[in-house]
Design a protein around this ligand. Structure first.
Ligand code: HEC
Ligand code: HEC
Length: 295
């Protein structure tokens, strides 16, 4: 019966090695999430004109209200096996996190993915906003600072050991700060119904649809979630008119009558897009090289 003992020993050894490997991954995840980032923010000239309604619209189409709640008082977005994802209360009310914010703190969070204390923000898609134009950023900031205080205490965003292990293994792209080129300057787009302006707006779409917009499974989403669609001409968009594209993006209704679930494709945010923005996006996607969807 000696061989049974040998197998048992081998198995025990294997379990020990696995436990050590997982422990190392968890440790590596903590190390990544715990790293301090020191990001200098240049002084910005105050905006010439402030349009709070436009700022509110930008907060909507950039997804802020989709995650931080309509009143920006924050909400528990998801409690998952990888952790609790809780976009915080952005107002100055009880439980709000922005009472002591300077403009540079807002900018560090929104464009660079770093909290005022230099901590990497989890899930917050700041890489979509790094190149937001000065004009758009000024309106957004003015609006954020004008939002009425909401009293709402929420638990913090927190990863589980599994979340840390996956983060450590490089399997969870939750820290935008690592992806961002912090030397990038804001874009200076011209508002027009053309592909160039569409490329500027499409930063908001690339986090899910991919940098080449060919779609595929969205990293970090639960199994069974629909993959992001292919928006290049290899997908269905060439068969859609501009009007049909606009309806899909703003209401989630596709020309074939199917509806997109707003939990996966956040069309309520895009409902506030202007006709110029919708046409610019349509032209941008139409101008891309064909690319196959990742599987
Ligand atoms: C996909 C969901 C999502 C979207 C979209 C989003 N956020 Fe966040 N945001 C988060 C989460 C989650 C956190 C908390 C991260 C943490 O504590 O590690 C956060 C943190 C922040 C913070 C830092 C608060 C602090 O702790 O000091 C600010 C400021 C912020 N978001 C502003 C915005 C603005 C403005 C927008 C729109 C341009 C936006 N967010 C869009 C999820 C999101
Ligand atoms: C949070 C992730 C997410 C973001 C951000 C996002 N999408 Fe999507 N999108 C999806 C998913 C997932 C689908 C597939 C939905 C389905 O099959 O039910 C989709 C589908 C679509 C479709 C349908 C295409 C087809 O062939 O059926 C269009 C059009 C679209 N998205 C446009 C956009 C645009 C434009 C933006 C940016 C302004 C954007 N999406 C941002 C996740 C996202």
């Amino acid at each position: 019966m000696g061989w049974l003992k040998v197998i048992a020993k081998l198995l025990l050894g294997l379990v020990a090695v696995l436990a050590l490997a997982i422990g190392l991954l968890v440790w590596q995840g903590h190390r990544l999430a715990g790293k301090r980032w020191d990001i200098a923010i240049p002084a910005r000239a105050p905006a010439a004109t402030i349009d709070l309604a436009e700022g509110a619209r930008i907060a909507q189409i950039r997804g802020c209200t989709g995650c931080h709640a309509k009143d920006l008082g924050g909400e528990v977005l998801a409690e998952t096996p990888i952790g609790d994802l809780v976009p915080p209360n952005l107002t100055t009310g009880k439980g709000g996190v922005t009472a002591g914010y300077a403009d540079a703190d807002w900018e560090r969070s929104i464009r660079h993915g770093v909290s005022p204390k230099g901590r990497a923000l989890i899930l917050m898609p700041s890489d979509d906003n790094t190149r937001v134009s000065e004009a758009d950023f000024a309106q957004l900031l003015a609006y954020l600072k004008s939002v009425p205080a909401v009293d709402r205490a929420l638990p913090p965003t927190r990863l589980t050991p599994l979340g840390y292990a996956l983060l450590g293994a490089g399997q969870l792209p939750l820290l935008a700060v690592e992806r961002i080129d912090h030397s990038l300057q804001p874009a200076a787009p011209t508002v027009a119904a053309d592909a160039a302006y569409g490329a500027y707006l499409a930063h908001t779409c690339s986090g899910c649809h991919g940098n080449n917009f060919a779609g595929g499974p969205i990293p970090g989403m639960p199994p069974g979630a629909p993959p992001a669609a292919n928006l290049t001409p290899a997908g269905r968009l060439p068969q859609w008119t501009l009007g049909q594209f606009g309806t899909a993006v703003r209401t989630g209704a596709r020309p074939d009558g199917t509806r997109m679930d707003e939990h996966f494709m956040p069309w309520p945010a895009f409902a506030a897009m202007t006709d110029i923005e919708v046409e610019a996006l349509y032209r941008h996607f139409g101008s891309l090289p064909k690319a196959e969807r990742r599987n």
